[in-house]
Structure formats: structure tokens, C-alpha cells
Ligand binder design. Sequence first.
Ligand SMILES: [Zn+2]
Length: 335
Amino acid sequence: MAANMTPRERFLSALNRQPTDTVCVANPTSLATLDLMEQTGCFFPDVHLDADKMATLAAAGHGLLGYDTVAPYFSVINEAAALGCKVDWGDASHMPTVRGHLFHDPDEVGAPDDFLQRQPTRTILDAIRILRRRYGDSVAIVGKVFGGWTLAYHTVGIESFLVSILDEPDRVHRFLDRLSKITVAFAEAQIEAGADAITLGDHLTGDLCRPETYRDFLLPIHQELARRIPCPVLLHICGYTLDRLDYIAHSGFAAFHFDSKNNAKKAVEIAGDRIVLIGNVNNPETLLNGNEKRLVAEVNAAIEAGVPIVAPECAVPLNMESKWLKRIVEVARGR
Ligand SMILES: [Zn+2]
């Protein structure tokens, strides 16, 4: 065991496969719940476009729940909104959603000159700055960006994009090339604002795409992102991913944030020492239902399998009780 560490040191050590003083518990994705909004007075949908409120709600993840990280970008659509997509910002118990697409041809893709100054992107950058001022070097700040695959779902439309995999693979490659430039620009701005690590959501999930699709279309782009984004990148893909984890392990990313649909032991076996795993407590059955027995079993199973950073599998359900998020920390640290 290492000497006492700050939460930031613990998180960064775990990401680097170095020893930690106790088990690292972190959140690459949102910890926002309705009860945390009530406790902080910072509610959806205001927090998505108000940096002070965004930072205050994110800080609850450390201050009220004890996580080693704070992550201020709660939803998935701020880039799409800043690019000009129509967005429904939702309400206190609903995540925002994209309501209309922007691009049909890859040549149309590009970020406006003021992309990073537009309110949906600027809010996240300002929230990171506020959190960095508040915490100094003590708590790890996790930014978040979306990769070309997910940005295509939002700006091109899932169906129109996925149909091209078979019919017009070149269209897919060109979309990914162009959209990924937006990913890099937003990641660099978040690092400059003070992010220690960046979650990259890029949802090439098992229910929609074959593992070879990841290898042929996304892996080269991810390897390029790993080279260009100058901080640890935590790839997040929901759902079943064991069948593509070997390819993901070739990405060069620091970590993979994985879902409870994947057995932790098998995931560790495939990942080896190529990529650090973060996860994988179940959201709908364990956290939303408040199933404590399952929670304890899942936290212990992840740690015993060799997962160095324990976390909920994805953005947590807004209407769950946050005491179960705190319970993850207690179980992980009380061993
Ligand atoms: Zn997810």
C-alpha cells in the first residue's frame, strides 16, 4: 500500500497501474441524481448551460459521495448543440436529447469558428475552470468529449450513418475523419481549462455493430486520438463489448470504462496490461433498484478480478437514490 494519497493522486496512480493507498472509486460519466440536485439546489436542465451550477452539482460527487473524481459534463449532447443541432434540454428527471440532424454529406461537417465560445461548450470549459480553482491539485477532474461515431449518431442520424457501413464505407470514413477533429479540439480546450483526464464516449456498441466494424472503421481513428489528446483518455462504450475488447486494447487509450453486461474477470483477462479497466456496477438492476446485496457482490467481484478503478457502468439513472453511489465507496474502501 502506498502512503496516504489525495483523491487526484489515487486516480492518476490507478490509471498508471501504480499502487494506491486504498481502492480508487471514480466516475468517468455522470453521477447526477435528482436527490443530489435537491441537496445542491442545482437542477437539470439549468446545469447544462450554467457553469456555476454545473460545477456545484459535479462537486457533489466528491463532497457528498466521496468519489476521487468530479465530472461536470452530465449529458451527451453539448457538442451537437454547439454545432447547431436542435436539442430538447429535458427537465429535472430527463436527460437532454438531440431532435434534428445537421449533416448529410461529410463535406458539410465542420465546427463554426466560435465553437468553443458557444454556450453549450463554453459552459463545460468554465465549469472545469471553476472546479480546478476550487480543488487545486486535490481532486481529479474528468472532462468528456464524444468521438466521431457518437457525433455522427447525433449530427447525421443513427440510421443514415449505419446504413453507409455496408453501402458507402467511404462516407463513414470521411464522416469520422472530419468529426474527430471536433473531438480533439474540444478535448484540448478541456485539458487547457484544467481537466486531468478525458472520457471519450464513442458508442460502437454490441447491439448495433459487429466487432470488425470497430477494427475497420474506428480503431485507426482512436489510435490517432490517443496520440493527439495530451492526457489519459478513458474510452466509454455501453453494452456488451467483450467481443471487441481486444481491438479496444490496441487503441492506446489509458483506460476503458465498461458495462456490467461484461464479466469483469473475462474483461481483465482480455485487456491484460494493455488498457486499465474502470467499472462495472450495474445501473438498472443494482443502483436504481437499490439492491445492496448485488451492489456489494459487484464491487467485490470487480476488485477481485483486478479492476483498479471501481465505478458505476454509465451515467447513473437520475431517479436513483444517491446513497447507493456512496455505498459503492464504502464497500470498496471497507474491505
Ligand atoms: Zn454508457
